[in-house]
Design a protein around this ligand. Structure first.
Ligand code: 0X9
Ligand code: ZN
Length: 439
């Protein structure tokens, strides 16, 4: 989890406007100010409609007008004026531009574009609501197949995005994959063969409530918008699935305020329940959950550094996908077991899907590779290239799903846990609690 790994990119782009433009980005005497995150939360400043920029080292940065600074003072929230610090940071101009969320999809924009695809490709595309969030937003899936309205029981592959609200690019990659398949069905024999012999399911926004909060209130928001019992908000959707859920406090947290809070129980959240119900209703044989950022292809397990059964196959498929990605324009994606390459997680999506029947399951953390190249703030111009990088890997995995029935590599029963119970007994707590994940 990367809440403390912020980027100066958004700020530098903002400051290009702030310092260079004839018309300042902040009306009047606006300043960049920082407040301690604990004060920010205690005073419920997130609800004031402030212009939030980022979070760094326990402080939240805001663009504040003189009136807003006066309001902070009235609330007895100590703030520091930071504008000068950032005016010295130079300009790189990599932040998303062009409106509040630029070329990226909001929930409503996605629904509109999915419905356009459905309208333009009758018989091949079908939009379904697979669940409803706490704030009553539908979670949309796009099913692509020939005879799409029939359930032909064909092998299925799943591509999802936006478990984490601030990872906007993760919406675009699966969405563009669906668009590509539909627009190339008549043109490409390869695409036609895939679509005719499989069901391709695409859920670009698993976490619409979080995404809207990230767009409108706080760009760095990660979780959903669950009102927790202690007054904090949000469950990390990617710690709420029912395999090894809550196994330890390293791979997830039991503290509601944590950015990796696992929730009150496996599948306690409507978003994970929607994915569970979809995944168990079809013959899914492969899946990718898109995230950002790192340029990594991560395979199960996340909950342990022990190798997963079938890890040779998982690795071979990941290697093939990394090779295909590199073949597009040389972008290097690392691959390996998530718990080893990145860090331990428990209750994440790929562990759960893999636990059911051994469907090759991957988290792909798309570009950039690090925070210095933009972190979560992918430029709009990167949407197309990141999609193009990943396209051959997505086509490959879909073909792989068609050609490899699950029955051939079903996991040993002891490894499966459909009911959401942890597989491994919790270790007895001796000594101080283990530290949380590094990000
Ligand atoms: O922490 C996550 O859920 C994912 N990373 S992110 O920075 N996008 O939040 C990674 C999950 C992959 N699995 C493991 N690392 N075990
Ligand atoms: Zn993520």
């Amino acid at each position: 989890m990367r809440s403390m790994r912020w980027s100066v990119i958004a700020l530098t782009a903002f400051l290009m406007l702030f310092s260079l433009s004839a018309r300042p980005a902040v009306a009047g005497d606006g300043q960049i100010v920082s407040v301690a995150k604990r004060d920010f939360t205690a005073a419920r400043l997130g609800r004031m409609g402030l212009d939030l920029l980022m979070e760094e080292n326990g402080r939240v940065y805001i663009v504040a007008s003189p009136g807003e600074m006066a309001a902070l003072a009235r609330l007895r929230v100590a703030y520091a004026i930071e504008t000068g610090r950032f005016l010295r940071t130079g300009t790189q101009g990599l932040a998303a531009a062009g409106g509040i969320n630029g070329a990226y999809h909001s929930t409503l924009e996605l629904e509109t574009d999915l419905r356009i695809l459905e309208r333009d490709h009758p018989g091949l595309a079908s939009v379904r609501a697979i669940g409803e969030t706490l704030e009553k937003r539908p979670i949309y899936a796009l099913k692509i197949s020939d005879h799409v309205l029939e359930d032909e029981g064909e092998p299925a592959a799943l591509f999802v995005g936006c478990h984490h609200a601030r990872e906007w690019i993760s919406v675009e990659v699966p969405f563009l994959f669906g668009k590509y398949l539909l627009e190339n069905y008549e043109l490409s024999p390869e695409v036609r063969a895939l679509v005719d012999s499989s069901e391709i399911w695409i859920v670009p926004i698993v976490n619409p409530d979080g995404l809207e909060y990230s767009i409108h209130v706080y760009r760095y928001w990660r979780k959903n918008r669950r009102a927790n019992a202690d007054g904090t908000y949000g469950v990390d959707i990617n710690r709420n699935y029912g395999y090894a859920w809550g196994l330890d406090d390293i791979g997830s947290s039991g503290s509601p305020g944590s950015d990796v809070y696992r929730g009150t129980g496996p599948f306690s959240e409507p978003e994970t329940a929607a994915i569970r119900d979809l995944f168990t209703a079809h013959d899914f044989r492969a899946m990718i959950s898109f995230h950002s950022f790192a340029q990594d292809i991560l395979s199960p397990w996340g909950f342990t550094t022990e190798p997963a059964p079938g890890d040779a196959e998982l690795n071979a498929v990941a290697a093939a996908m990394a090779g295909l990605i590199a073949g597009v324009r040389g972008t290097a994606y690392s691959y390996g077991q998530g718990s080893r390459l990145l860090y331990l997680t428990n209750g994440d999506m790929v562990d759960w899907t893999y636990s059911l029947g051994g469907a090759p399951s991957y988290t792909i953390e798309v570009s950039p590779v690090d925070v210095d190249r933009g972190g979560f703030f992918n430029d709009e111009s990167a949407i197309a290239t990141i999609f193009e990088d990943n396209l051959p890997a997505m086509l490959y995995l879909t073909r792989y799903a068609i050609d490899h029935p699950l029955a051939a590599r079903r996991l040993p029963p002891a490894r499966r846990d459909r009911d959401g119970r942890s597989l491994v007994r919790k270790p007895k707590l001796a000594g101080p609690a283990a530290p949380g994940p590094a990000r």
